[in-house]
Design a protein around this ligand. Structure first.
Ligand code: HEM
Length: 403
């Protein structure tokens, strides 16, 4: 591939990302009305699509010489089977992408640049179609709901029986779709270690305005079928632990941590385990009895619950987390797993680095911001302040960001 031409052309296009994305989707949907129906009805948020498309293009363009690129594309293609993407769609997407790149490049578009992008796209599309054709697992798993527990108005734990059984490791997540909100897929963490009966639990937190999360928390019922994509995510632990482990979870970020602890409880490790569970109020500590049971099964586990004091502002929990982490020592000797809203992860990781944990010992999944159904990831404070009731927000009471 002509890496030099591609990268310099991409730098030009990136500056006009907004325009390129609008042009791309308008071109694609105008020339292929049937493809429009493959995308969600709510597919109007161009800011989010810009972030997604450019994240994918940046991934490709910055890894042209990287040996991980082809496996990434094959996996992406295998995963695209759940969107019902077929070879003829790849040709249509390619034609619209080329048209959008030419449009956004303006006077920088020439024959060499066009040739470089054409070759790059056929390499990408071939790798994705190859991955799709070679996929031996199903494009998606049909999973019957066998239990639905709702906690308050915004959290649900849904137990499903996928058929055939869905392979995954504790700490991973899956993408989920329901016929109630056709063609929309969102990722949710799996909250249990694999069970002999192959059932699994999804922990879902309702997003204000999020159609799928609202349907999953409030509407779906036992007997109904959901679709699940294959499991992904790298927040998994080694089979044998050699380092003390700290797990820090906020909100339904508790789910992957729960799966990891449940797995560890089957073979309690020799090392110390620290668990920090952060919730915006005590009512949101929806799994506390089970956390206490895990504490009995894992003698090395010490648990700290972090909620605001009764009657206190919710953002006090942020300060309490900072204090709780700062009061514990030996951060340089810990492997730390973080799970929660994207900015919670970012801010907590920064704090841990200051407390001495090496960056390569901090593990988390970068669940795409798009998975939350919002255009921008929620910050930790924002998460406490804005949900579930926006009325509650009081900017004057907003405390300064922690150091
Ligand atoms: C060859 C280049 C392509 C690349 C690099 C690509 C990349 C991506 C990425 C990174 C995502 C977001 C990840 C996800 O939600 O799982 C995505 C979503 C999607 N892609 Fe593709 N894709 C390509 C081709 C196609 C084709 C040919 C189709 C079929 C029309 C397609 C249909 C979709 C749909 C329906 C979504 C979900 C959109 C949403 O939920 O908002 N893609 N694609």
């Amino acid at each position: 591939m002509d890496a030099k031409n591609l990268q310099s052309s991409f730098a030009v296009v990136e500056r006009r990302a907004e325009h390129a994305v609008k042009f791309f989707y308008s071109h694609l949907f105008w020339h292929n009305p049937a493809i429009r129906a493959m995308f969600p009805d709510s597919f109007t948020d161009m800011e989010r699509q810009r972030d997604r498309l450019f994240a994918a293009l940046t991934h490709v363009v910055s890894r042209l010489d990287d040996e991980t690129l082809l496996p990434y594309l094959r996996d992406l293609g295998r995963d695209h089977r759940k969107f019902l993407a077929r070879p003829e769609h790849y040709a249509a997407v390619g034609a619209s992408l080329l048209a959008a790149l030419a449009e956004a490049s303006g006077e920088h578009w020439n024959q060499d640049v066009e040739k470089a992008w054409t070759e790059a796209y056929s390499l990408i599309a071939d790798a994705m179609m190859e991955g799709a054709a070679a996929g031996t697992d199903p494009p998606w798993w049909n999973a019957k709901i066998i239990r639905h527990l709702q906690y308050g108005s915004d959290i649900a734990v849904i137990t499903l029986r996928p058929d055939p059984p869905l392979p995954y490791r504790p700490g991973q997540y899956v993408s989920v779709s329901s016929e109630r909100v056709p063609t929309t897929w969102r990722t949710y963490s799996l909250g249990n270690a694999p069970r002999p009966d192959h059932t699994l639990d999804l922990h879902v937190s309702r997003i204000e305005g999020g159609r799928l999360s609202t349907a999953l928390v409030r509407d779906v019922a036992p007997g109904e079928t959901l679709r699940l994509g294959s499991a992904s995510g790298s927040m998994t632990i080694p089979h044998v632990l050699t380092q003390p482990l700290s797990l820090i979870a906020a909100g339904t970020g508790w789910a992957p941590v729960r799966a990891i602890l449940e797995d560890l409880a089957q073979r309690p490790p020799e090392v110390d385990l620290r668990l920090f569970v952060v919730a915006r109020d005590t009512a949101h500590l929806y799994d506390r009895p089970y956390i206490e049971e895990l504490g009995r099964r894992l003698p090395g586990l010490s648990t700290t619950y972090i909620t605001p004091a009764p009657g206190q502002h919710r953002n006090q929990a942020t300060d309490r987390l900072v204090t709780a982490l700062s009061n514990r020592g030996l951060w340089h000797a810990q492997d730390v797993y973080l799970s929660g809203p994207p900015l919670f992860i970012e801010e907590t990781a920064m704090l841990l680095e200051r407390l001495g944990t090496a960056p390569d010992r901090i593990f988390h999944d970068a669940v795409p911001a798009a998975a939350t159904g919002r255009t921008r990831p929620l910050g930790f404070r924002e998460w406490f302040l804005r949900r579930p009731d926006p009325q509650w927000h009081n900017p004057a009471a907003r405390a300064p960001r922690h150091p």
